[in-house]
Design a protein. Structure first.
Length: 117
């Protein structure tokens, strides 16, 4: 019982798999661009952190606990996405998200607005 059709013929990858693949390729391309950008600078001018393409943050310096903390937990910062502690792109600001979900707003929020009494 042989078939002329290949096992892959007529099958399609789920759309989510294609999106993940494309996101991974974009991420790899951005990291490559960052490395090339930094290596083109004279060695004394290489900082290994900044922005690529004018808006995408990157940081390839050795990771510190303080940078990891501030990349994920900055409840007083109004941004929902913060530059990553290491790599290219953004991290969710879990501190700000928690404040918004709990209804605590942040600095300047009106008293009694979700604050425990």
């Amino acid at each position: 019982m042989s078939s002329d059709r290949s096992p892959r013929e007529g099958t399609r990858r789920p759309r989510g798999a294609a999106v993940r693949r494309d996101a991974r390729l974009v991420g790899i391309a951005l990291v490559a661009l960052v490395v090339v950008t930094e290596l083109r600078k004279p060695s004394r001018e290489r900082t290994w952190h900044g922005e690529v393409l004018g808006f995408v943050p990157y940081d390839l310096r050795p990771v510190t606990l303080e940078r990891v903390r501030s990349a994920f937990w900055s409840p007083d910062d109004s941004r929902l996405l913060l530059p990553r502690a290491f790599g290219v792109g953004w991290s969710p600001n879990l501190g700000r998200i928690a404040r918004l979900v709990l209804g605590r707003g942040g600095p300047g929020a009106a008293p009694g607005n979700g604050e425990p009494g």
